[in-house]
Design a protein around this ligand. Sequence first.
Ligand SMILES: NC(=O)c1ccc[n+]([C@@H]2O[C@H](COP(=O)([O-])OP(=O)(O)OC[C@H]3O[C@@H](n4cnc5c(N)ncnc54)[C@H](O)[C@@H]3O)[C@@H](O)[C@H]2O)c1
Length: 253
Amino acid sequence: MTFAGKKIFVTGAATGIGRATACYLAAEGGHVFGAGLDGDEGRDLAASDTTGRLAFYESDLTREADVQTAVAAARERLGGLDAVVNCAGIYPTGKRLEELSDEDWDQTIAVNLTAIFRVCRATLPLLRAAGGGSIVNIASVHADATVPGVPAYAATKAAVVGLSRQMALDYAVDRIRVNAVLVGSVATRMTLDGLEAAGGAEALGLSFEPNRIARIANPREIATAIGFLISDAASFVTGSAMQVDGGLLSRLL
Ligand SMILES: NC(=O)c1ccc[n+]([C@@H]2O[C@H](COP(=O)([O-])OP(=O)(O)OC[C@H]3O[C@@H](n4cnc5c(N)ncnc54)[C@H](O)[C@@H]3O)[C@@H](O)[C@H]2O)c1
């Protein structure tokens, strides 16, 4: 798959799935503008890039001003946008609903949902000006099934699917496709920290073995699926919630 000439905005690009996606898209010809927290990792990403097509801009996407500045910087560097990948997210665990403070709840909604709303609001005019484009919003298997103690996370990921479907409908007229990805377990710090807290992968029935259903993915395996949704090969794919979960949601036990 080639992304030659495509201009792509990727959030959460400093680490994990966002970083793998930014690297993959740039390596395959895309011009990538990464935005997000974790500035040290982000600067390392930009410094280690050998393609000359990858930039990183440190920004807290829960702040409207940061969203505006990052999108303006992307427009200035790339001259427009063809695609947006919303990867930034947080995964607070270990609290049932009654134990959540307003701050806990608001922070998860702010990163996992409101930031997507704001990034889409700021970038849609650029996609429209390009004659169309593709938005990929990273949801999770938690949209459909969940584990104990993640009420705000599960709620936001289900909402991301609903928002993506709605946007697909509303922006088809502008030739803008919008899809969500139901990501399973991926070997990033988000999962590895969570697994440690839950007593390890085996306690959850997950495995790192490559031939297992519901094994843990390498972030690049998510990046290539995101790449498909961005690419022209997915020209008829919009409004979908694509499972990229190694069969996790198919598992009964
Ligand atoms: N790792 C998994 O198993 C898994 C499973 C399902 C879904 N996901 C989703 O994939 C996405 C990426 O997660 P990951 O696994 O790569 O973990 P990660 O922690 O490596 O990446 C999350 C990124 O979001 C960024 N971020 C957090 N708050 C931000 C803010 N306020 N503003 C800007 N950036 C912010 C972080 O800097 C980080 O780079 C998330 O949306 C996550 O919910 C991950």
